[in-house]
Design a protein around this ligand. Structure first.
Ligand SMILES: [Zn+2]
Ligand SMILES: [Zn+2]
Length: 550
Protein backbone atom coordinates (compact mmCIF):
# COMPACT_ATOMS: atom_id res chain seq x y z
CA UNK A 1 0.00 0.00 0.00
CA UNK A 2 1.30 3.44 -0.89
CA UNK A 3 2.45 5.42 2.12
CA UNK A 4 3.57 9.04 2.50
CA UNK A 5 6.58 9.06 4.79
CA UNK A 6 8.84 11.57 6.52
CA UNK A 7 12.29 10.79 7.97
CA UNK A 8 14.48 13.52 9.44
CA UNK A 9 18.17 12.50 9.30
CA UNK A 10 19.49 15.71 10.87
CA UNK A 11 18.06 18.92 12.30
CA UNK A 12 15.33 17.27 14.41
CA UNK A 13 17.36 17.09 17.61
CA UNK A 14 19.92 19.82 17.05
CA UNK A 15 20.16 23.24 15.45
CA UNK A 16 22.41 22.36 12.53
CA UNK A 17 23.01 19.66 9.86
CA UNK A 18 19.49 19.75 8.44
CA UNK A 19 18.47 16.84 6.24
CA UNK A 20 14.90 15.62 5.81
CA UNK A 21 13.65 12.80 3.59
CA UNK A 22 10.13 12.44 2.18
CA UNK A 23 8.93 9.16 0.67
CA UNK A 24 5.92 8.02 -1.31
CA UNK A 25 4.92 4.52 -2.37
CA UNK A 26 4.80 0.94 -1.13
CA UNK A 27 7.72 0.03 1.07
CA UNK A 28 9.99 -1.70 -1.48
CA UNK A 29 9.50 0.68 -4.36
CA UNK A 30 8.95 3.84 -2.40
CA UNK A 31 10.40 6.93 -4.13
CA UNK A 32 12.14 9.66 -2.16
CA UNK A 33 13.21 13.31 -2.19
CA UNK A 34 15.77 14.84 0.16
CA UNK A 35 15.35 18.35 1.55
CA UNK A 36 18.61 20.10 2.51
CA UNK A 37 22.08 18.72 3.16
CA UNK A 38 23.59 20.70 6.01
CA UNK A 39 26.54 20.55 8.38
CA UNK A 40 27.24 21.41 11.99
CA UNK A 41 30.56 22.92 12.98
CA UNK A 42 32.69 21.16 15.56
CA UNK A 43 33.70 22.56 18.92
CA UNK A 44 36.46 21.91 21.44
CA UNK A 45 34.13 20.49 24.10
CA UNK A 46 32.53 17.71 22.10
CA UNK A 47 34.46 17.23 18.85
CA UNK A 48 37.97 18.73 19.11
CA UNK A 49 39.93 18.93 15.86
CA UNK A 50 37.04 17.73 13.69
CA UNK A 51 36.27 19.83 10.61
CA UNK A 52 32.56 19.43 9.97
CA UNK A 53 29.82 17.12 11.17
CA UNK A 54 27.10 15.75 8.90
CA UNK A 55 24.09 13.48 9.39
CA UNK A 56 24.83 9.81 8.78
CA UNK A 57 23.37 9.51 5.29
CA UNK A 58 24.49 5.95 4.54
CA UNK A 59 20.84 4.93 4.35
CA UNK A 60 20.54 7.25 1.32
CA UNK A 61 23.29 5.24 -0.40
CA UNK A 62 21.21 2.07 0.06
CA UNK A 63 18.13 3.67 -1.52
CA UNK A 64 19.91 5.94 -3.99
CA UNK A 65 18.31 4.43 -7.10
CA UNK A 66 14.95 5.47 -5.63
CA UNK A 67 15.92 9.07 -4.75
CA UNK A 68 14.40 11.49 -7.26
CA UNK A 69 16.12 14.74 -6.25
CA UNK A 70 17.64 16.91 -3.53
CA UNK A 71 16.01 20.30 -2.86
CA UNK A 72 17.94 23.02 -1.01
CA UNK A 73 15.71 25.53 0.82
CA UNK A 74 18.33 28.30 1.27
CA UNK A 75 22.06 28.98 1.36
CA UNK A 76 22.96 28.67 5.06
CA UNK A 77 25.64 26.09 5.77
CA UNK A 78 23.37 24.15 8.13
CA UNK A 79 21.32 23.48 4.96
CA UNK A 80 23.87 23.28 2.12
CA UNK A 81 27.24 22.54 3.79
CA UNK A 82 27.13 18.78 3.08
CA UNK A 83 25.89 19.03 -0.51
CA UNK A 84 29.40 18.41 -1.92
CA UNK A 85 29.55 15.05 -0.11
CA UNK A 86 26.01 14.10 -1.13
CA UNK A 87 26.65 15.09 -4.76
CA UNK A 88 29.83 13.00 -4.82
CA UNK A 89 28.11 9.90 -3.42
CA UNK A 90 24.64 10.08 -4.94
CA UNK A 91 23.96 10.89 -8.58
CA UNK A 92 20.63 12.73 -8.39
CA UNK A 93 19.43 16.15 -9.59
CA UNK A 94 19.93 18.99 -7.10
CA UNK A 95 17.66 22.05 -7.09
CA UNK A 96 18.10 25.47 -5.46
CA UNK A 97 17.12 29.09 -5.94
CA UNK A 98 19.82 31.02 -7.87
CA UNK A 99 21.44 32.73 -4.85
CA UNK A 100 21.45 29.52 -2.79
CA UNK A 101 22.94 27.74 -5.81
CA UNK A 102 25.87 30.20 -5.81
CA UNK A 103 26.52 29.49 -2.12
CA UNK A 104 26.12 25.72 -2.50
CA UNK A 105 28.36 25.80 -5.59
CA UNK A 106 31.37 26.53 -3.36
CA UNK A 107 30.79 23.19 -1.58
CA UNK A 108 30.68 21.38 -4.95
CA UNK A 109 33.85 23.12 -6.15
CA UNK A 110 35.60 22.01 -2.92
CA UNK A 111 34.92 18.40 -3.96
CA UNK A 112 35.79 18.93 -7.65
CA UNK A 113 32.18 18.44 -8.77
CA UNK A 114 30.81 20.56 -11.64
CA UNK A 115 28.44 23.28 -10.48
CA UNK A 116 26.03 22.41 -13.31
CA UNK A 117 24.89 19.50 -11.14
CA UNK A 118 22.67 22.09 -9.40
CA UNK A 119 19.66 23.37 -11.34
CA UNK A 120 18.39 26.90 -10.58
CA UNK A 121 14.72 27.07 -9.72
CA UNK A 122 12.15 29.79 -10.10
CA UNK A 123 9.82 30.64 -7.25
CA UNK A 124 6.21 29.47 -6.86
CA UNK A 125 3.96 28.97 -8.87
CA UNK A 126 6.76 27.35 -10.93
CA UNK A 127 7.33 23.78 -9.79
CA UNK A 128 9.64 20.82 -10.45
CA UNK A 129 8.51 17.25 -11.07
CA UNK A 130 10.43 14.60 -9.16
CA UNK A 131 8.81 11.17 -9.52
CA UNK A 132 5.57 11.15 -7.54
CA UNK A 133 6.50 14.53 -6.05
CA UNK A 134 5.94 17.99 -7.47
CA UNK A 135 7.89 20.65 -5.59
CA UNK A 136 7.61 24.44 -5.59
CA UNK A 137 9.70 27.13 -3.88
CA UNK A 138 7.39 29.31 -1.77
CA UNK A 139 9.13 32.63 -0.93
CA UNK A 140 9.61 33.45 2.76
CA UNK A 141 11.65 35.97 4.75
CA UNK A 142 14.81 34.83 6.54
CA UNK A 143 18.33 36.11 7.29
CA UNK A 144 19.72 35.22 3.86
CA UNK A 145 18.21 36.02 0.45
CA UNK A 146 15.91 33.84 -1.65
CA UNK A 147 14.94 31.61 1.26
CA UNK A 148 11.93 29.46 0.55
CA UNK A 149 9.56 27.01 2.04
CA UNK A 150 8.73 24.00 -0.13
CA UNK A 151 5.27 23.10 -1.34
CA UNK A 152 5.48 19.33 -1.83
CA UNK A 153 2.58 17.80 -3.73
CA UNK A 154 2.20 14.02 -3.62
CA UNK A 155 -0.63 11.61 -4.53
CA UNK A 156 -1.12 11.40 -0.74
CA UNK A 157 -1.66 15.13 -0.31
CA UNK A 158 0.16 18.46 -0.10
CA UNK A 159 2.91 19.08 2.46
CA UNK A 160 4.59 22.37 3.33
CA UNK A 161 8.18 22.31 4.56
CA UNK A 162 8.71 25.80 6.03
CA UNK A 163 12.50 25.86 5.84
CA UNK A 164 14.06 28.55 8.05
CA UNK A 165 11.89 31.64 8.22
CA UNK A 166 10.69 34.66 10.09
CA UNK A 167 7.54 36.68 9.67
CA UNK A 168 8.95 39.91 8.24
CA UNK A 169 6.92 42.10 5.92
CA UNK A 170 9.83 44.51 5.41
CA UNK A 171 13.00 42.40 5.33
CA UNK A 172 15.14 45.02 3.44
CA UNK A 173 16.59 42.33 1.13
CA UNK A 174 15.00 39.05 0.04
CA UNK A 175 11.40 37.95 0.12
CA UNK A 176 8.85 39.53 2.47
CA UNK A 177 6.38 37.26 4.23
CA UNK A 178 3.29 37.16 2.02
CA UNK A 179 0.47 35.85 4.19
CA UNK A 180 -2.06 35.85 1.33
CA UNK A 181 0.21 33.69 -0.82
CA UNK A 182 0.77 31.19 2.00
CA UNK A 183 -2.98 31.08 2.67
CA UNK A 184 -3.76 30.61 -1.00
CA UNK A 185 -1.28 27.75 -1.35
CA UNK A 186 -2.74 26.12 1.75
CA UNK A 187 -6.35 26.63 0.67
CA UNK A 188 -7.05 23.06 -0.46
CA UNK A 189 -5.71 21.50 2.71
CA UNK A 190 -2.22 20.74 3.98
CA UNK A 191 -1.55 17.20 5.20
CA UNK A 192 1.47 18.30 7.25
CA UNK A 193 3.48 21.45 7.97
CA UNK A 194 7.12 20.83 8.88
CA UNK A 195 8.00 24.03 10.72
CA UNK A 196 11.11 25.83 12.05
CA UNK A 197 11.41 25.51 15.87
CA UNK A 198 14.62 27.49 16.59
CA UNK A 199 12.85 30.12 18.71
CA UNK A 200 9.90 28.01 19.87
CA UNK A 201 10.80 28.75 23.50
CA UNK A 202 10.91 32.54 22.93
CA UNK A 203 7.73 34.55 23.47
CA UNK A 204 6.54 37.24 21.09
CA UNK A 205 7.63 37.79 17.53
CA UNK A 206 11.03 38.49 15.99
CA UNK A 207 11.41 42.18 15.09
CA UNK A 208 11.72 43.15 11.44
CA UNK A 209 15.19 43.47 9.94
CA UNK A 210 14.22 47.00 8.88
CA UNK A 211 14.30 48.39 12.46
CA UNK A 212 18.10 48.21 12.46
CA UNK A 213 18.93 50.73 9.72
CA UNK A 214 18.25 53.85 11.78
CA UNK A 215 19.95 52.34 14.81
CA UNK A 216 23.14 51.92 12.78
CA UNK A 217 22.92 55.53 11.54
CA UNK A 218 22.36 56.86 15.10
CA UNK A 219 25.34 54.90 16.33
CA UNK A 220 27.66 55.69 13.43
CA UNK A 221 27.01 59.42 13.91
CA UNK A 222 28.63 59.16 17.37
CA UNK A 223 31.77 57.41 16.07
CA UNK A 224 35.05 59.25 15.62
CA UNK A 225 37.67 56.80 14.38
CA UNK A 226 37.32 53.82 12.06
CA UNK A 227 34.24 51.58 12.36
CA UNK A 228 34.69 47.84 12.10
CA UNK A 229 31.43 45.89 11.91
CA UNK A 230 30.88 42.16 11.74
CA UNK A 231 27.88 39.93 11.16
CA UNK A 232 27.16 36.55 9.56
CA UNK A 233 28.78 36.60 6.12
CA UNK A 234 25.57 35.23 4.55
CA UNK A 235 23.37 38.04 5.90
CA UNK A 236 23.09 40.25 2.81
CA UNK A 237 20.33 42.48 4.28
CA UNK A 238 22.48 43.25 7.33
CA UNK A 239 25.59 43.93 5.23
CA UNK A 240 23.55 46.25 3.02
CA UNK A 241 22.05 48.12 5.99
CA UNK A 242 25.46 48.65 7.58
CA UNK A 243 26.88 49.80 4.23
CA UNK A 244 23.93 52.19 3.73
CA UNK A 245 24.31 53.62 7.25
CA UNK A 246 28.02 54.12 6.60
CA UNK A 247 27.21 55.98 3.35
CA UNK A 248 24.71 58.22 5.18
CA UNK A 249 27.49 59.10 7.64
CA UNK A 250 30.01 59.85 4.88
CA UNK A 251 31.98 56.63 5.13
CA UNK A 252 33.29 54.28 2.49
CA UNK A 253 32.90 50.55 3.04
CA UNK A 254 35.54 47.84 2.69
CA UNK A 255 34.62 44.15 2.70
CA UNK A 256 37.25 41.99 4.35
CA UNK A 257 37.15 38.20 4.50
CA UNK A 258 36.61 35.64 1.73
CA UNK A 259 33.12 34.56 2.80
CA UNK A 260 31.79 38.12 2.83
CA UNK A 261 33.21 38.89 -0.62
CA UNK A 262 31.74 35.67 -2.03
CA UNK A 263 28.29 36.40 -0.55
CA UNK A 264 28.19 39.94 -1.90
CA UNK A 265 29.35 38.79 -5.35
CA UNK A 266 26.64 36.12 -5.37
CA UNK A 267 24.01 38.65 -4.27
CA UNK A 268 24.95 41.11 -7.03
CA UNK A 269 25.30 38.43 -9.74
CA UNK A 270 21.88 36.97 -8.99
CA UNK A 271 20.23 40.39 -8.83
CA UNK A 272 19.42 40.19 -5.11
CA UNK A 273 20.97 43.65 -4.53
CA UNK A 274 22.64 46.36 -6.60
CA UNK A 275 26.36 46.86 -6.23
CA UNK A 276 27.10 48.87 -3.05
CA UNK A 277 27.95 52.39 -4.30
CA UNK A 278 30.29 53.38 -1.44
CA UNK A 279 32.33 50.17 -1.65
CA UNK A 280 36.10 50.75 -1.97
CA UNK A 281 39.14 48.50 -2.11
CA UNK A 282 41.28 47.99 0.94
CA UNK A 283 44.13 49.85 -0.83
CA UNK A 284 41.90 52.88 -1.34
CA UNK A 285 40.70 52.69 2.30
CA UNK A 286 44.27 52.96 3.56
CA UNK A 287 44.58 56.40 1.97
CA UNK A 288 41.32 57.72 3.50
CA UNK A 289 40.98 59.46 6.89
CA UNK A 290 40.00 56.87 9.52
CA UNK A 291 36.66 58.57 10.23
CA UNK A 292 35.64 58.00 6.61
CA UNK A 293 36.12 54.23 6.70
CA UNK A 294 33.81 51.37 7.74
CA UNK A 295 35.20 47.84 7.53
CA UNK A 296 32.76 44.96 7.20
CA UNK A 297 34.71 41.97 8.46
CA UNK A 298 34.09 38.25 8.84
CA UNK A 299 34.51 36.69 12.27
CA UNK A 300 31.33 37.35 14.29
CA UNK A 301 31.74 33.92 15.90
CA UNK A 302 35.39 34.42 16.90
CA UNK A 303 36.65 32.16 14.08
CA UNK A 304 40.40 32.14 14.57
CA UNK A 305 41.29 32.52 10.89
CA UNK A 306 38.82 35.36 10.29
CA UNK A 307 39.58 39.01 9.50
CA UNK A 308 38.16 40.14 12.87
CA UNK A 309 40.33 37.70 14.75
CA UNK A 310 43.45 38.95 12.90
CA UNK A 311 42.53 42.60 13.55
CA UNK A 312 41.83 41.90 17.24
CA UNK A 313 45.36 40.53 17.67
CA UNK A 314 46.60 44.10 17.12
CA UNK A 315 48.21 43.15 13.82
CA UNK A 316 47.93 44.97 10.55
CA UNK A 317 45.40 43.26 8.29
CA UNK A 318 46.41 44.18 4.75
CA UNK A 319 47.73 47.52 6.05
CA UNK A 320 44.84 48.40 8.38
CA UNK A 321 44.86 48.04 12.15
CA UNK A 322 42.57 48.85 15.05
CA UNK A 323 43.58 51.86 17.12
CA UNK A 324 42.24 53.69 20.19
CA UNK A 325 39.16 55.68 19.23
CA UNK A 326 37.87 53.06 16.77
CA UNK A 327 34.50 51.36 17.26
CA UNK A 328 33.85 47.65 16.74
CA UNK A 329 30.26 46.45 16.31
CA UNK A 330 29.11 42.83 16.57
CA UNK A 331 25.75 42.85 14.76
CA UNK A 332 25.21 39.18 15.48
CA UNK A 333 24.29 36.62 18.08
CA UNK A 334 26.98 34.40 19.54
CA UNK A 335 26.00 30.84 18.64
CA UNK A 336 26.04 28.56 21.71
CA UNK A 337 29.44 26.86 21.88
CA UNK A 338 31.30 29.87 20.45
CA UNK A 339 31.28 31.96 23.64
CA UNK A 340 34.96 31.37 24.49
CA UNK A 341 36.51 32.34 21.13
CA UNK A 342 34.17 35.34 20.83
CA UNK A 343 35.07 36.50 24.32
CA UNK A 344 38.79 36.20 23.48
CA UNK A 345 38.33 38.40 20.40
CA UNK A 346 36.27 40.95 22.37
CA UNK A 347 38.98 41.19 25.05
CA UNK A 348 41.71 41.59 22.46
CA UNK A 349 39.74 44.34 20.72
CA UNK A 350 39.33 46.17 24.03
CA UNK A 351 43.09 45.81 24.55
CA UNK A 352 43.63 47.55 21.19
CA UNK A 353 41.72 50.53 22.64
CA UNK A 354 38.56 50.07 20.56
CA UNK A 355 35.06 50.74 21.88
CA UNK A 356 33.38 47.36 21.53
CA UNK A 357 29.62 46.93 21.10
CA UNK A 358 28.80 43.23 21.41
CA UNK A 359 25.61 41.20 21.26
CA UNK A 360 24.83 41.61 24.97
CA UNK A 361 23.16 44.97 24.16
CA UNK A 362 20.70 43.06 21.91
CA UNK A 363 19.95 46.29 20.00
CA UNK A 364 21.91 45.84 16.78
CA UNK A 365 20.76 42.34 15.85
CA UNK A 366 17.41 40.66 15.22
CA UNK A 367 16.80 36.94 14.89
CA UNK A 368 16.12 35.33 11.52
CA UNK A 369 13.76 32.77 13.06
CA UNK A 370 10.15 32.92 14.26
CA UNK A 371 9.18 33.58 17.88
CA UNK A 372 6.10 31.87 19.36
CA UNK A 373 3.67 34.48 18.02
CA UNK A 374 5.18 34.10 14.54
CA UNK A 375 4.73 30.32 14.71
CA UNK A 376 1.11 30.84 15.66
CA UNK A 377 0.74 33.17 12.69
CA UNK A 378 2.16 30.60 10.26
CA UNK A 379 0.04 27.81 11.74
CA UNK A 380 -3.06 29.93 11.23
CA UNK A 381 -2.10 30.90 7.66
CA UNK A 382 -1.49 27.26 6.67
CA UNK A 383 -4.06 25.51 8.91
CA UNK A 384 -2.35 22.13 8.47
CA UNK A 385 -3.81 18.80 9.45
CA UNK A 386 -0.58 18.04 11.33
CA UNK A 387 2.35 20.18 12.57
CA UNK A 388 5.76 18.50 12.76
CA UNK A 389 8.45 20.65 14.41
CA UNK A 390 11.84 20.71 12.64
CA UNK A 391 15.10 22.69 13.07
CA UNK A 392 15.57 22.50 16.81
CA UNK A 393 16.96 20.68 19.81
CA UNK A 394 14.54 18.31 21.50
CA UNK A 395 13.30 21.01 23.90
CA UNK A 396 12.55 23.34 20.97
CA UNK A 397 10.68 20.60 19.09
CA UNK A 398 8.65 19.77 22.19
CA UNK A 399 7.81 23.43 22.95
CA UNK A 400 6.72 23.87 19.32
CA UNK A 401 4.53 20.73 19.38
CA UNK A 402 2.87 21.92 22.61
CA UNK A 403 2.29 25.36 21.10
CA UNK A 404 0.74 23.81 17.97
CA UNK A 405 -1.57 21.67 20.14
CA UNK A 406 -2.59 24.72 22.17
CA UNK A 407 -3.38 26.43 18.84
CA UNK A 408 -5.74 23.55 18.05
CA UNK A 409 -3.56 21.49 15.68
CA UNK A 410 -2.42 17.91 15.84
CA UNK A 411 1.33 17.69 16.36
CA UNK A 412 4.01 15.07 16.88
CA UNK A 413 7.70 15.27 17.74
CA UNK A 414 9.68 13.23 15.22
CA UNK A 415 13.36 12.90 16.10
CA UNK A 416 16.30 12.19 13.77
CA UNK A 417 16.29 8.66 12.41
CA UNK A 418 12.58 8.03 12.88
CA UNK A 419 10.25 7.37 9.94
CA UNK A 420 6.60 8.30 10.25
CA UNK A 421 3.58 7.57 8.09
CA UNK A 422 2.23 11.08 7.67
CA UNK A 423 -1.31 10.10 6.79
CA UNK A 424 -1.76 7.61 9.63
CA UNK A 425 0.41 9.75 11.93
CA UNK A 426 2.27 6.78 13.35
CA UNK A 427 5.91 5.79 13.61
CA UNK A 428 7.11 3.04 11.27
CA UNK A 429 9.59 0.48 12.58
CA UNK A 430 11.43 -0.02 9.29
CA UNK A 431 14.13 2.26 7.90
CA UNK A 432 15.53 3.34 11.27
CA UNK A 433 18.64 5.41 10.57
CA UNK A 434 20.53 7.73 12.85
CA UNK A 435 23.98 9.05 13.71
CA UNK A 436 26.59 11.45 12.49
CA UNK A 437 29.59 11.50 10.20
CA UNK A 438 32.70 13.51 11.03
CA UNK A 439 35.08 14.93 8.47
CA UNK A 440 38.37 14.77 10.33
CA UNK A 441 41.20 16.23 8.27
CA UNK A 442 40.83 14.45 4.94
CA UNK A 443 39.17 11.42 6.49
CA UNK A 444 35.49 10.61 6.81
CA UNK A 445 34.80 8.95 10.14
CA UNK A 446 31.74 7.40 11.70
CA UNK A 447 31.06 8.97 15.10
CA UNK A 448 30.54 5.41 16.38
CA UNK A 449 34.30 4.67 16.14
CA UNK A 450 34.83 6.29 19.53
CA UNK A 451 38.00 8.13 18.48
CA UNK A 452 36.54 11.36 19.84
CA UNK A 453 36.35 9.77 23.30
CA UNK A 454 40.08 8.96 23.05
CA UNK A 455 40.84 12.45 21.75
CA UNK A 456 38.96 14.09 24.61
CA UNK A 457 40.76 11.84 27.12
CA UNK A 458 44.11 12.77 25.55
CA UNK A 459 43.18 16.44 26.00
CA UNK A 460 42.16 15.97 29.64
CA UNK A 461 44.65 13.37 30.85
CA UNK A 462 47.66 13.35 28.52
CA UNK A 463 49.57 10.43 27.04
CA UNK A 464 52.34 8.14 28.32
CA UNK A 465 54.39 5.79 26.14
CA UNK A 466 56.26 2.89 27.75
CA UNK A 467 58.94 1.06 25.80
CA UNK A 468 60.42 -2.17 27.21
CA UNK A 469 63.41 -4.00 25.73
CA UNK A 470 63.59 -7.68 26.74
CA UNK A 471 66.51 -10.06 26.44
CA UNK A 472 64.89 -12.74 24.39
CA UNK A 473 66.64 -15.90 25.52
CA UNK A 474 66.31 -15.19 29.26
CA UNK A 475 63.08 -13.18 29.12
CA UNK A 476 64.62 -10.61 31.42
CA UNK A 477 64.20 -6.85 31.26
CA UNK A 478 67.12 -5.10 29.58
CA UNK A 479 65.80 -1.53 29.36
CA UNK A 480 62.67 0.52 30.17
CA UNK A 481 61.95 3.95 28.72
CA UNK A 482 58.96 6.16 29.46
CA UNK A 483 58.01 9.33 27.63
CA UNK A 484 54.94 11.49 27.95
CA UNK A 485 53.06 14.31 26.30
CA UNK A 486 50.52 16.73 27.68
CA UNK A 487 51.67 16.30 31.29
CA UNK A 488 53.26 18.99 33.49
CA UNK A 489 56.97 19.22 34.40
CA UNK A 490 56.71 17.69 37.93
CA UNK A 491 55.25 14.52 36.40
CA UNK A 492 58.01 14.40 33.76
CA UNK A 493 60.64 14.79 36.49
CA UNK A 494 59.06 12.04 38.59
CA UNK A 495 59.05 9.74 35.55
CA UNK A 496 62.81 10.32 35.13
CA UNK A 497 63.60 10.11 38.87
CA UNK A 498 61.58 7.17 40.13
CA UNK A 499 58.77 5.89 37.98
CA UNK A 500 60.96 4.36 35.27
CA UNK A 501 63.29 2.63 37.78
CA UNK A 502 60.41 1.37 39.89
CA UNK A 503 58.67 -0.06 36.83
CA UNK A 504 61.88 -1.82 35.73
CA UNK A 505 62.29 -3.32 39.24
CA UNK A 506 58.67 -4.43 39.30
CA UNK A 507 58.95 -6.10 35.90
CA UNK A 508 62.10 -7.97 37.01
CA UNK A 509 60.12 -9.43 39.91
CA UNK A 510 57.43 -10.88 37.66
CA UNK A 511 56.89 -14.50 36.90
CA UNK A 512 58.74 -15.75 33.74
CA UNK A 513 55.40 -16.76 32.23
CA UNK A 514 54.22 -13.14 32.30
CA UNK A 515 57.55 -11.88 30.93
CA UNK A 516 57.39 -14.29 27.98
CA UNK A 517 53.91 -13.12 26.90
CA UNK A 518 53.70 -9.71 25.20
CA UNK A 519 49.98 -9.38 25.91
CA UNK A 520 50.26 -10.30 29.61
CA UNK A 521 53.23 -8.01 30.01
CA UNK A 522 51.38 -5.10 28.39
CA UNK A 523 48.33 -5.63 30.62
CA UNK A 524 50.56 -5.73 33.71
CA UNK A 525 52.36 -2.52 32.71
CA UNK A 526 49.12 -0.62 32.04
CA UNK A 527 47.59 -1.83 35.34
CA UNK A 528 50.63 -0.85 37.41
CA UNK A 529 51.16 2.48 35.67
CA UNK A 530 47.47 3.40 35.76
CA UNK A 531 47.31 2.82 39.52
CA UNK A 532 50.51 4.75 40.13
CA UNK A 533 49.51 7.74 37.97
CA UNK A 534 46.09 7.91 39.57
CA UNK A 535 47.38 7.67 43.13
CA UNK A 536 50.47 9.85 42.79
CA UNK A 537 49.41 12.48 40.23
CA UNK A 538 45.60 12.19 40.11
CA UNK A 539 45.73 11.58 36.34
CA UNK A 540 44.58 8.73 34.07
CA UNK A 541 46.58 9.20 30.88
CA UNK A 542 46.24 7.01 27.82
CA UNK A 543 49.10 4.47 27.91
CA UNK A 544 50.72 2.90 24.90
CA UNK A 545 53.18 0.10 25.50
CA UNK A 546 55.75 -1.25 23.05
CA UNK A 547 57.72 -4.44 23.84
CA UNK A 548 60.85 -5.27 21.89
CA UNK A 549 62.77 -8.54 22.21
CA UNK A 550 66.41 -8.69 21.23
ZN1 LIG B 1 19.02 26.70 9.58
ZN1 LIG C 1 18.89 29.61 7.77
Amino acid sequence: MATLTYTPLGGAGEIGMNMYVYGYGAVHDRRYIVVDAGVTFSNMETSPGVGIIMPDYRWLLDIQSRIEAVFLTHGHQDHVGAIGHIARDIDVPIYAMPFSKKIAAVRLEDMGIPVRRITSCKKWPRTVDAGPFNVGYLPISHSTPQSAGLVIDTPGGRIIHSGDFKIDTNPVVGYRFDRELWQEVSGEGIAALMCDSTNATIDGSSPSESILGNRFIEMFKQCGGMIVATTFASHVARLKQIADAAATCGRSVVLVGRAMLKTMDAAVETGVIERIPNLVSIDKARSLPRNEVCLLATGSQGEWRSAMSALSAGNRYRGLRIMPGDTVLFSSKTIPGNELPVSKVLNNLARCGARVIDDTVNYYHVSGHPGRDDLTELHSAVKPYLVIPIHGEYRHLLAHAELAKSNGYRSMVVENGTTVDLLKRRTLDDDRVDGTIYIDGKVRADSGYGFIKDRLRLAREGHVAVSVLMKHEKSSVKNVQISSSGLPDPVILAIDDEVTGDLADHLESLDRRVLRSDSELKTEIVTVMNARFRNEFGKSPIFTVAIHRS
